[in-house]
Write a protein that binds this ligand. Sequence first.
Ligand code: 3HC
Length: 653
Amino acid sequence: MSETIEFSATVSATTRNGVLVVTIDNAPVNATSVDVRDGLEKTLAHAEAAAGLTGVVITGAGKTFIGGADIKEFGKPAMDPTLPAVIEKIENLSKPVVAALNGAALGGGLEVALACHYRVAAPAAQVGLPEVKLGIVPGAGGTQRLPRLIGIPAALDLITSGRSVKAAEALKLGIVDELAAGDLVEAAISAASVLAGKPLRRTGELTIALSDTAEIEKTSARILAKARGQKAPAEAVRLVTSSNRPLAEGLADERATFLILRDSREAAALRHVFFAERESSKVEGLEGVEPRPVRTIGICGLGLMGSGIAVAALGAGYSVIGLDQTAEAAEKGKERIIGLLERNVASGRLDQTGFEAQKARLSVTATDADLAPCDLVVEAVFDDLAVKTSLFQRLDKVIRPDAVLATNTSYLNPEEIAAATVHPERVLGLHFFSPAHVMRLLEVVRCAKTAPDVLATGLAVAKKLRKLPVVTGVTEGFIGNRIFSAYRREAEFLLEDGALPHEIDAALEDYGFPMGLFAVYDMAGLEIAWARRKRQAATRDPSARYVEIADTLCEAGRLGQKAGRGWYAYPDGRRTIDPEVTTIIEAARTKKGITPRTFSKTEIVERMLGAMGLEGEALLAEGIAARASDIDLVMINGYGFPAHKGGPMFSRS
Ligand code: 3HC
């Protein structure tokens, strides 16, 4: 092996068997920052000129090949060389360039690999073009080279979904040429040596395989319908489906589109979300704190929520002991959990071996003492203070003193539950969203006495469950339900002031919510919120504005979709505007002497966002949420706020 040549601070190379082995080392994810691009450009010039070199291998240091373009450079003045310029030089080098994919090759990382003349992947590698998730399209050849390599239908799927595929699937699709069974770089060096002196297969020169245009049109229409007004998926469809044209023309169109999208509000919002997700796990006071080891999780209450939590825990590799009140209830819970696992098998998310392994890690009981081996116990029983505190007092007697106790309450005060236990320092809240095995958000509730390592344990378990944990302080409804209450309240004020449910819903859906608020109410049923309002009636501030319309609907038996009527009517199951609801709303306005006025969609959305924003400011001022971006994550991942709008707090900026 020759001496190491440093082409830049992040790109260095050694020569092995006449092949220049180039390593990109730009922690944390080897993004193609300007120093990497600069180093690569110099490397290529060196390789072209050096008579003794027969080929080049490009690989990444650490566990990533290249994580993509450096998103932190977006929004800054352009710095040469650009990534497309470097990539063009890779493709046009007269000597073979082999990509040795040691880990994730994403976005610009895969675009670098696509321009190489051969791709060898380690089994742990994965490839993808996730740009649409950032509100952009691939900007360095992805939309033009990938269809040349794997055809338009497969490229359309990958680019518009942004999903990444593992090495084995990448091989099957034809994105990579070889999987390295042994040493990756050795395999890549061998490949470069074999290719030396032969005509090179340049991806940009390949002709695109003919495919069924009707099928492509159908797929494109489906993607556009799902995009709900977002620009990037539509542009990705356009670029991929038109890729059968001269490469230079396609690349120029792609770059121009990329630059416009990169500077758009939508892309700024999605970048905000990307960084917010990484930021949210940085919690004050937890630096250097080790979580407690967790192998076995106890789950109390095996209803819908408890079963969902169990499925998530089994999927993450934990052993689960489920507790319910009677042996029959426990057995029924077990059946429900297994039913959910079977659904995962049916949908292809879980194979038969995985299913058997997960089933083997599940046991259920009606005896508290059987929870003794648990490292963490999560309760998901009826949301009633007396029920939860007495359960925790029982658990205190049977689980180890160092085991963590988590309550999954939505509205109760976890401080009161913690205070009723012998070791309040080991109590925290884990507020799952339903269905718990599907929804990504997990509010991790820090009580006054929660020990730092207990909070760290909650976060570590959440990560292992592949959830998005957001830490919240204690307040009625935590972050999400407090903001949601403000949002709901404002919608009801709007009703009294002159808007109708379908007008508010249409404005929200146009903004990007998957479903309007009143349609969601009807789907969920109105009775639980009604019961809560009745409970709170005695303590409600009499001077605060209170809208009675929802109560009137409930009193009239309009309890939502299941009852056939709620905020809408459902003749033959289809949601329709109901004049009876309009009459109830008008009567409520008259009773309060309100003269209704009309609201534009923009006004409706502004009022709703304004209310959420104000409540968010209050949560920050009270120290309940650590940062505005945490609030955005909660509303996006738990309440349908459109990610491409960045969240209620981002939308104020
Ligand atoms: N640019 C800048 N910083 C990045 C980055 C990127 N592309 N990708 C990740 N980072 C940063 C994160 O912000 C985080 O920083 P922090 O430690 O200060 O919080 C750090 O790298 C580690 O990130 P993760 O916590 O996500 O690390 P993981 O090991 O869990 O995951 C990964 C690694 C799979 C590469 C993941 O980071 C990822 O998915 N990154 C984004 C991939 C992506 O979207 N690439 C496309 C970029 S756009 C593009 O390439 C345009 C091109 O077509 C021209």
